[in-house]
Design a protein around this ligand. Sequence first.
Ligand SMILES: NC(=O)c1ccc[n+]([C@@H]2O[C@H](COP(=O)([O-])OP(=O)(O)OC[C@H]3O[C@@H](n4cnc5c(N)ncnc54)[C@H](O)[C@@H]3O)[C@@H](O)[C@H]2O)c1
Length: 281
Amino acid sequence: MKVLNQRVAVVTGAASGIGLALTRRLAAEGMHLVLADVEPDALEQATALVRADGAEAIGVRTDVRDLGAVQELAARTIEEFGAVHLVCNNAGVETGGSFLEIPDGAWQWVMDVNFYGVLHGCRVFLPLLAQHPQAHIVNTASVAAFTSGTATMTPYCVSKSAILSLTESLAVELHTAGSTVGISLLAPGPVKTRMPDAERNMPDGLEPAREPHRVALMEELRTKAQQAGLEPAEVADMTVQAIRDNQFFVLPHREMALAGVRRRLQWMETGELPAPRKAGT
Ligand SMILES: NC(=O)c1ccc[n+]([C@@H]2O[C@H](COP(=O)([O-])OP(=O)(O)OC[C@H]3O[C@@H](n4cnc5c(N)ncnc54)[C@H](O)[C@@H]3O)[C@@H](O)[C@H]2O)c1
């Protein structure tokens, strides 16, 4: 997708972190923006910020778990701007713990936001994107999609692997069909965002895991992300370049992603179980 100026983008999870940085970067390219997020106050502030940057923007409170809400998001986008050219399925959450301690509701929440949120975005927006000679989808996974066995983060890893598989399959299908819609998989490692506090959006009745080793690991991840993580704006720059170049894999932490793939390959080749991984390594 070479031309971004005056085109329309929808970004989910746009009120914070990578989604907000992406939104502001796309606004700087002259795009009109639809910001979608489940947090109303943060969404309002983010929309005001993007407007202050000089872009035409609306905020639409959206829970991506809900197919009807994503359909409503598409309807609002068309009503406001008449078209949609780029969709970034970026909203994501994380919770976990030791395998048998993870309640059913926690699995449901992570899969509903991370996997079904992306699936809904692809299914609802693809017919609208396909109406244009140039359009693009970005699905946000994580290096966790490539790296098997991250301690206490099993639901997150499962959901991100599912996004990888969905996005690869869709890319092949779109390419084979000669579609005008390009697609990218964004798979970062640690980025300085509010992701370590993702449990702030947990549905009622769910509690963050309090197992000491999970709490310690999350604290370590938080520190590591703040000390050594990329800035969201850097990830946004790489993503916009990938949209322009129709590049499938967007790997801000390329070595981490490749190490994860090698780890699995070595496991397959030698049969030897790899050492447990810690998040952010
Ligand atoms: N930060 C990292 O280190 C990192 C690494 C790899 C991948 N990612 C991925 O990047 C994406 C963006 O996360 P981030 O790091 O910017 O975190 P963040 O918490 O700063 O932003 C995530 C946004 O998603 C929104 N959200 C949560 N549930 C939602 C729902 N049901 N519907 C709509 N919006 C919802 C939140 O309100 C928040 O604004 C996620 O998919 C995450 O898994 C992040």
